[in-house]
Write a protein that binds this ligand. Structure first.
Ligand code: GLN
Length: 484
């Protein structure tokens, strides 16, 4: 079936004129229509624009243009501004917001000829680990629709897993690409901080946010990342480092690759999860890799550190939603203060309010030194410990999540338990490191993820290592039943 083909295979079909982009787009739109009612992965469908973009891609191809993404359908997380299309960020606050310009990620994929089918559901302002905080309702995991797909990019992950598009975009502030990728059995890549432009990506925690990709394989993700990445003068934190040809580096042999095993990741790891990670490690050993034990003593502090830094930045970033300039405005305000209070009170959901209050608290006079400054110091320690580890190893290997997908409703009333879902992913965000998650087996019939973390700008190495694993195993080829 068309939807189970890789991006490379679809591109070949398009190049050989076996199919047109319009036909391919229709195929995926029909899948969305058929399957999305059971998943709630989409917030906005842009069928008409998609068919027009597909026709334009077909015309570009007919005129002799080539390109791996030309005419390939995708879904964007609804955190990316899309010119003329509602960009809600999963919030009532932006339910009526039509973006006046494209995010750089959107513009780059557009110019590569990729065809946007619509915008994916997500946790409100990307705050969450289960996709239950969205104003548009929870997303369901295609492997078991009573379970969460993970968050905050849960709609993008569910869409990639159910093959509602050939790939999707996401953002990762503390794990929101890797965690849902793991829980839905797809490959998810969070690049180095600064590798992909944040321009037009609605800000949650600016020093941590990074855009990335969900795809069926590392090879597909490599093609997409190549098109997304690169310097952007519109983002002052985007880094001017040339983008390697990721797809060309996928087949480098792994002989002699030094894989670091983080003691802190394996202490207390649930036995069935540990068995999957060890089996994955055996695959790497058989490919010629070597293992080195490493320890990052400050890593266990990453969750508390993150839950000071991220709320602090969000409380500042979300101050722009005031009911005056854009987004939700309350009816009949008495005065300016009433306008602010009620617009924000009505526009934001409970988790967003919790973060804004926590962030305001840790930044307030008297608490700033004790919380925010202290968290920044610990963040520095964690970053330094990662740097030291990478003088001894080429990459780090471990689990992506502590457990497989949990039931909808199971953790939503207990924020601390919810926050601990990100225990293995947050470190890479605090240190700005690239990391990816790829499927490595099942626990109770639900997919689990293997996480690889690399030094800054080592995306090529991570994708190469992930691709070699996927050449030797077929976990990434398993899909959820009922979505064939
Ligand atoms: N789950 C984390 C949070 O709720 C991370 C979210 C993200 O990466 N956007 O903040």
């Amino acid at each position: 079936m068309l939807h189970s083909l890789s991006i490379g295979e679809l591109a070949d079909h398009l190049a050989e004129r076996k199919i047109s982009s319009v036909e391919l787009t229709r195929h995926f739109l029909a899948r969305i229509e058929r399957f999305d009612p059971s998943l709630n992965a989409m917030i906005t469908l842009t069928a008409e624009q998609a068919l027009a973009a597909a026709a334009a891609a077909d015309a570009r191809r007919a005129a002799g243009e080539r390109g791996p993404l030309l005419g390939i359908p995708l879904i964007h997380k609804d955190i990316f501004c899309t010119d003329g299309v509602r960009t809600s960020c999963g919030s009532r606050m932006l339910d009526n917001f039509v973006a006046p310009y494209d995010a750089t990620v959107v513009a780059r994929l557009k110019s590569a000829g990729a065809v946007m089918l619509g915008k994916a559901n997500m946790d409100e302002f990307a705050m969450g680990s289960s996709n239950e905080t969205s104003f548009y309702g929870p997303v369901k995991n295609p492997w078991d629709t009573t379970r969460v797909p993970g968050g905050s990019s849960g709609g993008s992950a569910a869409a990639a897993a159910a093959r509602l598009a050939a790939f999707s975009t996401g953002t990762d502030t503390g794990g929101s690409i890797r965690q849902p990728a793991a829980l839905t059995g797809v490959t998810g890549v969070k690049p180095t901080y600064g590798r992909v432009s944040r321009y037009g990506m609605i800000a949650f925690a600016s020093s941590l946010d990074q855009a990335g990709v969900f795809a069926g394989s590392a090879a597909d993700a490599a093609l997409v990342l190549e098109a997304m990445a690169g310097f952007d003068p519109n983002d002052s934190t985007s880094v001017d480092v040339p983008v390697p040809a990721y797809a060309a580096g996928l087949n480098a042999p792994l002989k002699g690759l030094k894989i670091g095993l983080l003691r802190e990741f394996f202490d207390g790891l649930e036995a069935r999860n540990a068995a999957l990670i060890e089996a994955a490690l055996d695959v790497y050993l058989s490919l010629g890799a070597e293992t080195v034990e490493v320890s990052l003593p400050s890593l266990p502090l990453s969750v508390p550190t993150y839950y000071v830094v991220a709320p602090a930045e969000c409380s500042s970033n979300l101050s722009r939603f005031d009911g005056v300039r854009f987004g939700h405005r309350c009816a009949d305000p008495k005065d300016l203060l009433d306008l602010y209070r009620r617009s924000r009170g009505e526009g934001f959901g409970a988790e967003v309010k919790r973060r804004i209050m926590t962030g305001t608290y840790v930044l307030s006079a008297g608490y700033f030194d004790a919380y925010y400054l202290q968290a920044q110091k610990v963040r520095r320690l964690i970053t330094d410990e990662f740097r030291t580890a990478f003088t001894r190893v080429d990459l780090l290997l471990g689990p992506t999540t502590p457990t497989p997908a949990f039931a909808i409703g199971a953790k939503i009333d207990d924020p601390v338990t919810m926050y601990l879902n990100d225990i293995y992913t947050i470190g890479a965000n605090l240190a700005g490191l690239p990391a990816l998650s790829l499927p490595c087996g099942f626990v109770d019939g639900l997919p689990m993820g293997l996480q690889l973390i690399g030094p800054h700008f080592a995306e090529e190495r991570l994708l190469n290592a992930a691709h070699q694993y996927q050449q030797a195993t077929d976990w990434h080829r398993h899909g959820p039943r009922g979505f064939e």
